[in-house]
Design a binder for this molecule. Sequence first.
Ligand code: ATP
Length: 582
Amino acid sequence: MDTFKRLKQFYWPFKSYFIWSLLALLFVTGMTVLYPVILQFTIDHAVRAENYDLIPYLVIAIIGVMSIKGLAVYIHQYFGDLFGITTVHRLRDSLYKKLQFLPFRYYDNAKTGDLMSRLTGDVETFRFFLSFGCAQVVNFILLVGFSIAVMFYYSVPLTLLTMAMLPFLAIVVAKFDKRVHPGFRGIRKSLARLNTKVQENVSGMHTVKALSQEDQEIFRFAKSNEDYRQKHLDISKIWANYFPLMELIGNLSAVVLLAYGGYLTIQGSLQPGELVAFFSLIWYIIGPIMNLGFIINMFSQSKASGERLLEVLDEDERKDLVTSNAKQPNLVGEVVFKDVSLTYGEKNLPALKGISFEATRGKTIGLVGATGSGKSSIIQLITRYYERSSGQILIDGRSIDDYSLKDLRSQIGVVLQETFLFSSTIRDNLAYGKPDARMDDIIAAAKRADAHEFIVTLPKGYDTVLGERGLGLSGGQKQRIAIARAIIMDPKILILDDATSAVDMQTEVKIQKAFREVMKGRTTFIIAHRISSVKLADEILVLEDGELSERGTHTELINSNGIYRRIYDIQNQDQEYVLQQA
Ligand SMILES: Nc1ncnc2c1ncn2[C@@H]1O[C@H](COP(=O)(O)OP(=O)(O)OP(=O)(O)O)[C@@H](O)[C@H]1O
């Protein structure tokens, strides 16, 4: 129950829908129990007493009962659905909101397919229980309660015998629940793995094809698919065992009661009509008890889903992103690192060790170093995607912690190596960081980023809808859109993760030109794989295993004959000669 208690904030505000649904259910159950009573009256007081004048009134009574029941079913169903739908609408919103504020650290290990199945499948299962399952539980209590009350009215000993049989049914139900709950959790996990597999396969289709891994992929999918099938089969087996047993116990109970009821009728302490009514009422009890399996099934599924939803909702979020009281800072864009270190996780080695530098207003800092040397990690700290382990980072002389994440990031423009574009129009993608940007500003930014020229040649220009992740555009084109996107934000600090290593020379020249355009008047950090990208930087920081090994201008570093010089030589001079020297 703890799961439902903890999710209370989502359904409790809509309790009035649930109450209406329950009130209607009360009528439905009441009317249902009235049927056998009318039947008994018809047999004992109309037919056996040859009081045939009563028949038309009894017909009217049955029509009346049916009509009220029909209306009550409608209200019960409608408000039940409204309760479930409205609750999960709020739940989905909260989950999505949560995903926006979870730190990068969470996404390091999160799997898209798994998250997708939590936000869709698990939420739906939960809704189904609220809309339908919850009412079933109440229906069970009402129907069994009402029926037993009427049964007591007809015959106390027969009712007591009926109640003596119920524990047998209850034991089977309890055993069933114990086995079925872990099974459902397994199914939901397995489905999440299946979704992850499909999602990763579609996203990584280029890699799959490039490395000819289609057969391997089919094999891996088949394994996940088989696991899902097996988990379903396991549950089916539990069901298959459960149903005949319930059916058998139910029927045996009915036979015993019928025998005893028949004896009481022959004795004359029970009227034949009462026996018929009693027999109908017994099924109103046995039916729901057998159905309890379904209800428990639903309850187990929704509990398993609720647990998975809580796992997301319970994650620690970056609260400072939403609760900023600080005024929007008007930054100059000065960045200072003082003896900064970063270790990503307890098990990891330090990614940065004692880094210190000053990036004054409007200056360009180049970051150079081998792969894994810590270039991106410096950027992760400036944007506070990750938090430093020690040291101080100052922005305009104030600790970076004094700024809210939202304010800080609104002043930092990032153009990543891999540009992510949404499957929406080019205009929307350009204005992503500033949705209220005017069209004139968007076009001006696109011109400065050298993107306007190719955008207008597209079939619908700025209204061209892009495929997922910007499919349909070349790497260089995507990059230029990303640059325009950064220009529109008008940031004081600019971070350019040099993507030019992946494009041809002509595109590189164009992108470099666009970079230079956007860098004017902003403090810029360039992560460079080619020396040509940082040649003009005011200071170049050379990283080696997370430490600053050299620093200076291009000319200074060339003259110092260190690692920078070596990279430069490899890239610009007689490569073969250098490799021979190695
Ligand atoms: N999110 C992360 N979690 C754990 N370790 C990480 C994470 N990101 C980077 N690292 C580790 O930190 C070290 C520095 O990585 P970083 O990405 O800063 O290097 P880089 O110089 O930018 O490399 P590249 O040129 O390949 O992009 C590496 O050893 C890397 O494995």
